[in-house]
Write a protein that binds this ligand. Structure first.
Ligand SMILES: *[C@@H]1O[C@H](CO)[C@@H](O)[C@H](O)[C@H]1NC(C)=O
Ligand SMILES: *[C@@H]1O[C@H](CO)[C@@H](O)[C@H](O)[C@H]1NC(C)=O
Length: 368
């Protein structure tokens, strides 16, 4: 989410559903980049945008203006075709659009007190969810058609999450994740896990959606900080790793296999069922921190684009892998690191590339 009164040149940034592309909104327009090469693939300079969301690698963008020009109202959602360079459809709302999520069947529009679910093709409204005041437009969405969930804050005083099934259009469960209000939520790619952080930002919890009572907690740090982003590894089987960015300026990566395996070995199903709130156990699993990636306080988003297991390592031994982590900051930088974790759980971060998003020159336009 963007705060357009901020002094940073980037008003919003988001990766597409499979992290193959990312889009940014600036005061001048919007740009789409290829995540693999960092190439600028599309740009339009038609005014400030606070939301730019892309549908996989298609020609469809959902964009919302920053309200700096009368023609770019923050209450209007525009579906934009990058091939024709023209608007396909516009939807107008009574209050500002705070977040948009898309998959091939659904369009989710988050407003302060209502969230609308649309059929993406016909743009007919399928459902309206009345929410608690959600001024940050906090939401998480798993784009997979099998486990297509939407998560929204369920309280303004506690960190509870409403999980809603977006294909079947019913609420799925409510998870009491933290004592203080939520600051960040994200699903694993197949909607099996959800990670949450509260406004305190010291603990990150991972919950299994099928057993909403069970959770795994990871300590990020001892001092409070604002979590800006959470992201799971891309595997649809098991997301080996989770990354978090925060106002501290560090990137934290947690090896999930380790913590989850230990946790499930320790807890019998008996204890699992009588202690619904097992959230007090805090694991300190293999935790790999990269300090000072971003100036402290600057909004940043990290995703794990790839995880390659090093051949010969099995689940029962310690995991050795290489993860590709891409980071975008509101100050305008793109950085890509390889996180290498060996069999001794020792880690190293290697900077692969770094460039300025605002000076990138257009190469060619997305063709499909
Ligand atoms: C955008 O326009 C192109 C060319 O007319 C068309 O092939 C494509 O399907 C359109 N995309 C969307 C999302 O409508
Ligand atoms: C690495 O992790 C494994 C579990 O996956 C654990 O048994 C081992 O003690 C850890 N080694 C170190 C050096 O932390």
């Amino acid at each position: 989410m963007a705060n357009h009164s901020s002094s940073y040149p980037i008003l919003c940034a988001s990766f597409n559903q499979d992290t193959s592309y990312f889009a940014i909104g600036t005061r001048d327009g919007f740009k789409v980049f290829d995540s693999e090469t960092g190439t600028l693939r599309y740009e339009r300079a038609i005014g400030g945008f606070i939301i730019v969301e892309m549908l996989f690698s298609s020609s469809l963008l959902a964009i919302v203006g920053a309200g700096e020009q009368p023609s770019l109202s923050p209450r209007r959602l525009c579906l934009f075709n990058t091939t024709t360079g023209a608007a396909l459809r516009e939807l107008n709302f009574l209050t500002s659009v705070l977040a948009i999520r898309l998959n091939r069947k659904r369009l989710v529009v988050v407003l302060q007190e209502k969230t609308y679910i649309y059929d993406l093709n016909s743009l007919s409204i399928l459902d309206t969810i009345d929410t608690v005041p959600n001024s940050k437009g906090l939401c998480a969405f798993s784009p997979s058609l099998d486990g297509c969930f939407l998560a929204l804050p369920a309280s303004t005083t506690r960190g509870s999450v409403l999980v809603y099934n977006v294909m079947e259009l019913h609420s799925h469960c409510e998870i009491d994740a933290h004592r203080s209000p939520l600051a960040a939520i994200v699903f694993s790619p197949n909607g099996m896990y959800i990670a949450t952080a509260s406004e305190q930002g010291t603990i990150i919890r991972v919950h299994l959606i099928s057993e909403a009572t069970k959770s795994y907690s990871f300590r990020r740090g001892a001092y409070p900080s604002t979590i800006f982003s959470l992201s799971f590894g891309p595997s649809t089987q098991f997301p080996d790793v989770l990354v978090a960015t925060s106002s501290s300026g560090s990137v934290h990566a947690f090896s999930l296999g380790l913590g989850m395996n230990q946790r499930s070995r320790r807890s019998s199903s008996f204890f699992g069922s009588i202690i619904p709130d097992s959230v007090n156990d805090v694991l300190d699993p293999a935790h790999h921190v990269l300090h000072n990636v971003v100036p402290a306080g600057v909004k940043s988003y990290a995703v794990i684009r790839k995880v390659d297991r090093v051949p010969g390592t099995s689940i029962s031994e310690s995991v050795a892998y290489r993860a590709t982590v891409s980071i975008i900051t509101h100050s305008g930088s793109f950085q890509e690191y390889t996180l290498i974790i060996n069999q001794k759980n020792e880690s190293s971060w290697r900077l692969e590339r770094r460039f300025d998003l605002l000076t990138a020159i257009s190469d060619n336009i997305i063709s499909s």
